[in-house]
Design a protein around this ligand. Structure first.
Ligand SMILES: [Zn+2]
Length: 188
């Protein structure tokens, strides 16, 4: 749990809308579970952190319903500037990416969402891993804070690609909880 001092530091006037997403890959159940649990605590979160608007998102609900990683294409590769601008893309995920961008974007400094935390699991033995953009001091600060308080975090990766070419959903941070077989939910 973040201390009130740290929350106030993170919740400057520039940071108010925080989105926690799961199910970007539909067969990764842990993120969906966390998102659903957070949704049940909406009022408690509002009371605890009144300057933050914490929202939840099941990013690929159709794939999750079908217990699949994706329906037509990997949603987590649909968020490059080029893909988002391509109106010829066929299938569920290209359209879903554009719908998510309409709600949370546009991609770049004027995005409606100040921070997105996208939760994934992996079968790779990565431990609990945080991935943040190397250009984002807030994300690095937040990851360092989480690592200092959660001693099972093994790695913090700096994502070096330019924002324009990044294909994944999260604008700031992605957290892996694993290894976890697909179609399973593990909560600790
Ligand atoms: Zn994933």
């Amino acid at each position: 749990m973040l201390s009130s001092l740290s929350v106030s530091a993170l919740a400057s006037p520039l940071i108010s809308r925080v989105v926690v997403s799961g199910g970007t890959h539909g067969n990764e159940y842990t993120g969906v579970y966390v998102v659903q649990r957070l949704g049940l605590q909406e009022q408690a979160l509002r009371d605890a952190y009144p300057t933050l608007n914490i929202e939840t998102l099941v990013a690929n609900p159709l794939a999750h319903k079908d217990n699949r990683r994706f329906v037509h294409a990997d949603l987590n590769r649909m968020f490059t500037v080029a893909e988002l601008a391509d109106i010829s893309g066929f299938g569920y995920e290209p359209n879903r990416a554009k719908a998510i961008q309409a709600e949370l974007g546009p991609k770049g400094p004027n995005a409606a969402a100040d921070m997105i935390v996208d939760l994934h699991t992996t079968t790779a033995n990565m431990g609990c891993t945080l991935i943040v953009d190397e250009w984002c001091p807030l994300a690095i600060h937040a990851a360092a804070y989480v690592a200092s308080r959660w001693n099972t975090v093994r790695y913090i990766y700096l994502y070096l690609d330019l924002l324009k070419t990044r294909p994944d959903l999260d604008a700031l941070q992605r957290q892996h909880v694993g290894p976890t077989a697909h179609k399973l939910c593990i909560a600790t």
